[in-house]
Design a protein. Structure first.
Length: 239
């Protein structure tokens, strides 16, 4: 199911100059903010939770997911270069699975690791806050990558659609409308963080069993449908 050649080409595309700037800039900003806050206020659990939950998990992770998920396949479809990949003897679900693995790896590396570092800077992992949010970021990376990879296969405006989902649905509606939080990757990953962190340190509006079902279900469905959409693409001359 995993193709090293497809993975290498995808990594090369994702870590190109323009995308790499965004991928590095957001984690650098998080760490810089954490250092400034620690110097100004000292170690504080509530502040750490607010920064990691409000910026890292709610903003940085989905934005990096947009860059990695849509960038894993969207540009190839837009410029037509995907036909060269599809002409190779590689099953199309294998292409999607490989690109998902790459997108997840990139998203997790540029979100979960900086989140962990920022957490240790902010409060030294008191109440397991740093570890809890880092795990939440890693788990959210999987779902976001699958969702945004799917968007990359169904629309030429995948980045715009991804930003609308990440910033409008997850951040805006998720903070204003309680019902929207149930359908939020952020809240699903927070349910896991809540289990890891000390009692009361982190809260989620979704129970852990439901959150796990939704995370697995959405990731699986999005990956499967992306494979079907790619399978539907035909090369010139194909029946």
């Amino acid at each position: 199911m995993y193709n090293p050649t497809v993975a290498r080409l995808t990594y090369r595309g994702l870590l190109g100059r323009r995308r790499a700037f965004i991928l590095f800039a957001l984690p650098a900003l998080l760490i810089a903010i954490s250092v400034v806050i620690r110097l100004l206020t000292g170690a504080d659990d509530d502040t750490a939770a607010n920064v990691l939950g409000g910026f890292a998990l709610a903003t940085m992770v989905p934005l990096i997911g947009v860059v990695a998920g849509t960038g894993a396949i969207g540009p190839e479809i837009d410029d037509g270069s995907v036909v060269y990949l599809l002409s190779k003897p590689v099953k199309r679900p294998t292409i999607i699975f490989t690109k998902l693995v790459v997108a997840v790896g990139v998203t997790a590396a540029f979100s979960a690791v900086p989140t962990l570092i920022a957490g240790f800077i902010l409060n030294g992992n008191s109440q397991q806050i740093a570890v809890a949010y880092a795990v939440a970021a890693a788990v959210a990376s999987v779902a976001y990558s699958a969702i945004f990879l799917l968007l990359g296969t169904v629309t030429r405006h995948a980045v715009v659609a991804g930003l609308v989902y990440a910033l409008v649905w997850e951040s805006l509606f998720g903070s204003l409308i309680s019902g929207a939080r149930t359908l939020s990757v952020q809240q699903w990953s927070l349910a896991l963080a809540q289990r890891i962190g000390a009692d009361g340190a982190i809260t989620s509006d979704v129970g852990l069993p439901l959150a796990l079902v939704l995370l697995v279900g959405v990731t699986t469905l999005a990956t499967w449908y992306a494979g079907q959409k790619l399978r539907g693409l035909t090369l010139a001359g194909e029946e």
